[in-house]
Design a binder for this molecule. Structure first.
Ligand SMILES: O=C(O)CCC(=O)C(=O)O
Ligand SMILES: [Fe+2]
Length: 349
């Protein structure tokens, strides 16, 4: 069995039992496994099948019809369209991002007008976010998963509030309401085994060939990820003073019968900023190591959770956070402003 350097927190257990371990993991490693999430193995297996089918059988021309819209982050991302680490090469991966999600009804890729309807915002120019037909046929599975992942994210954030000793246990969750417009993205990703883009293949730099998602931190509040057995590759950089040391995230099984593997959960820049650095936003990447026994592409299913667009990132009423702040206030901004700032940096818009 592979050894596991990360904490496993079972959120189906009593709160008092799990919050100390959760806080320690969030502060020290910024990454942990969440078990007891209640998502059946069968559901996640089906999602991975759907993802594989989409990426490997849809003609490129068809995928490109639904190319990502940089304004809302919804759509298909082609090989080489992202470069998470500006010092390295382009990321050799493809993905599809679902957004404008109503986490109560499960509708996704709504038009801009529909998405903002509940806010009575006057959207003059509508933007359509058409769903590729293959996903439309499987929308129930996708919707059910998005709704459940959002509930799990809220459960985790409530536990974080408790572990930070915030009197109002809903401090974070009341800014994660299911129907309020927000920047959350549900994403399926594929990292092909062989890098076959002529551009970089002639390189002799081992890193250039094997790094599939460059070193980066996530932007949002937290990220929930499913990976598959024997498709390893996710690595963490725990110590910034040792930038060449990377910790492999293993695949582990759930302790609950017939349930999907524990989610890999990590915290993003927004939450790090909001908690004055208390919750760690850890640098990570995807790298295929030379000589490893891998015989297939890597697939991952990722849910990037963002607070409501209008949520003000006001000081967190926790003594732990106050102490870390050392009397300094964070600059006031909304969740949307924070996201836009980070996206600009990645995509050079
Ligand atoms: O696919 C993975 O394992 C990691 C993905 C990731 O870090 C990201 O897309 O931000
Ligand atoms: Fe990431």
């Amino acid at each position: 069995m592979t050894s596991n350097p990360l904490a496993v927190i079972d959120i189906s257990k009593p709160q008092e039992e799990i919050t100390p371990g959760l806080l320690a993991a969030a502060v020290k490693q910024g990454f942990l496994f969440v078990d007891g999430h209640g998502i059946p193995k069968d559901q996640v297996d089906k999602l991975f099948e759907l993802s594989k089918e989409y990426f490997t059988t849809t003609p490129e021309k068809e995928k490109l019809k639904y190319l990502i819209n940089p304004d809302n982050n919804i759509g298909y991302t082609h090989f080489g369209s992202e470069q998470l680490d500006p010092r390295k090469t382009k990321d050799f991966k493809e993905g599809y991002n679902f957004g404008y999600i109503d986490f109560e009804t499960g509708e996704f890729n709504q038009s801009k007008q529909d998405y903002y309807r509940s806010k009575n915002k006057d959207i003059k120019e509508d933007v359509q976010n058409p769903i590729p037909p293959y996903f439309k046929q499987n929308s129930q599975l996708l919707s059910d998963t998005m709704i459940r992942l959002h509930q799990i994210a809220r459960e985790i954030m409530k536990l974080i509030a408790i572990s930070l000793n915030i009197e109002n246990q809903q401090f974070f969750t009341e800014k994660l309401r299911p129907k309020e417009p927000n920047g959350s993205i549900f994403r399926i990703l594929r990292y092909p085994l062989i890098r076959n883009d002529g551009n970089d293949i002639n390189s002799t730099d081992e890193d250039l060939l094997s790094i599939r998602a460059g070193a980066h931190t996530d932007y949002g509040a937290l990220t929930l990820l499913f990976q598959k057995e024997a498709q390893q590759g996710l690595q963490l950089q725990l110590d910034e003073d040792n930038p060449d040391e990377w910790l492999n995230v293993p695949y582990i099984k759930s302790a609950h019968k017939d349930m999907a593997a524990p989610l890999v959960v990590n915290f993003g820049d927004l939450l790090n900023f909001w908690t004055q650095g208390v919750l760690k936003s850890t640098t990570h990447r995807v790298k295929f190591s030379p000589g490893e026994t891998r015989n297939s592409d890597r697939y991952s299913i990722v849910f990037f959770v963002h607070p409501e667009n209008d949520a003000r990132l006001e000081p967190v009423p926790s003594d732990i956070v106050r102490k870390a702040a050392n009397g300094e206030d964070i600059p006031q901004m909304t969740a949307l402003e924070h996201l836009q700032q980070r996206l600009k940096e990645t995509y050079n818009w």
